[in-house]
Design a protein around this ligand. Structure first.
Ligand SMILES: Cc1cc2nc3c(=O)[nH]c(=O)nc-3n(C[C@H](O)[C@H](O)[C@H](O)COP(=O)(O)OP(=O)(O)OC[C@H]3O[C@@H](n4cnc5c(N)ncnc54)[C@H](O)[C@@H]3O)c2cc1C
Length: 318
């Protein structure tokens, strides 16, 4: 793509309150702390700003990618061409009416889960330890300990790739295991409406504490990671298969399979996307050899990795 970076940044800035950044290292925007630079990084603070940005990008044929908290992303070492739209801090309100909450997409789902518990609204306790945004969590249908976020969603508001605002009700959305039909919707989720169950503040807070203790005992939370690298295969656990195949501790460059949890690959310092991708492929190969089961990545690989077989989910909007 040929573009005048300064001119594009200046044009984007006229549409946005928050500063537009250029050559923004994605390693700072992902929980794995891996990834090269994004040409542009923007933080919309309202649906109107988001719509204006999408209209501009469509007219200019500039590729873009929406991210939440970057906790399920592997960004290539060469970074992302075009614009990263970060649904973050400036887009993070929540309005409560009894047990129903309208949460903006950039709100952290863990913060929402804690607030729900504090208000005596039950159901989201499982989400306290998930480091994603509301938008990312709903699109991924994030879940843990038998719960998943889709079960509480009654509607979503979104802005489509041409900048039109739209709303989908629960009946129009399908939620599956770490998947939803929202992956096929050409739109960015801007707000989510969730209806929670009547509950008890103390019980919900106790449940959160119990889940958090389980997490810190079983997950290497002291290291940067993307959470579970692979989806669990039917009737089994990816972590169990990786452990049985003897792969815990296996390291390529700066990325290692955690000794604490086989499905967490941790950044030991200075990790690259090439290291992570190579380790993913090696674990896939060895688990297949050991069990005949092909593990499918849960982590989304985006951007440019370099090398011959460069794949990318970038250009989502084009
Ligand atoms: C330590 C750790 C523990 C974890 N534990 C769990 C767990 O228990 N359960 C679980 O399910 N996951 C877990 N995860 C993975 C991750 O937190 C979830 O998948 C989370 O829902 C991703 O949200 P995000 O905002 O970080 O999304 P991102 O990683 O930023 O993006 C993920 C995908 O969603 C898309 N997206 C993001 N925001 C929007 C939006 N507003 N509109 C449309 N598309 C959007 C992106 O384009 C991308 O395709 C864990 C991760 C870590 C690092």
């Amino acid at each position: 793509m040929v573009m005048n970076k300064q001119a594009v940044a200046a044009e984007l800035q006229t549409l946005l309150r928050e500063p537009v950044k250029t050559d923004a290292p994605m390693s700072r925007l992902t929980t794995w702390n891996i990834g090269g630079p994004a040409d542009f990084l923007v933080y919309p603070s309202s649906e109107d700003e988001l719509a204006a940005v999408l209209v501009y990008l469509a007219a200019q044929h500039i590729p873009w990618l929406v991210i939440g908290n970057g906790s399920n992303l592997l960004v290539g070492d060469l970074g992302l061409r075009g614009v990263v739209i970060k649904m973050g801090e400036p887009f993070a309100g929540a309005q409560w009416r009894g047990l129903t909450v309208e949460a903006s997409a950039g709100l952290l789902v863990g913060a929402l889960a804690l607030e729900a518990a504090e208000r005596g609204a039950a159901g989201l306790e499982f989400a306290r330890g998930i480091p994603g945004s509301v938008g990312g969590a709903v699109r991924m249908n994030a879940g843990a300990y038998g719960g998943f976020i889709g079960q509480f969603v009654t509607a979503i508001h979104a802005v489509d790739y041409e900048g039109q605002k739209l709303m989908l009700t629960r009946e129009q959305i399908e939620f599956g295991y770490r998947d939803s039909s929202l992956f096929r919707l050409p739109a960015i989720i801007s707000r989510v409406i969730l209806a929670l169950d009547p509950g008890d503040r103390e019980q919900s807070l106790a449940k959160i504490k119990e889940y958090q203790q389980k997490r810190s005992l079983s997950q290497p939370l002291e290291f940067p990671s993307c959470g579970s690298v692979f989806r669990n295969p039917a009737n089994d656990y990816a972590g169990r298969l990786i452990q049985l195949a003897g792969l815990q501790g296996l390291q390529i460059g700066g990325v290692a399979v955690s000794q604490k949890h086989g499905n967490f690959f941790i950044n030991m310092g200075g990790a690259t996307a090439a290291d992570a991708r190579e380790l993913i492929a090696e674990v896939q190969r060895q688990v297949y050899e050991y069990s005949g089961i092909h593990l499918e990545p849960e982590v989304k690989m985006v951007g440019e990795f370099g090398g011959a077989a460069d794949e990318s989910e970038n250009s989502a909007g084009q």
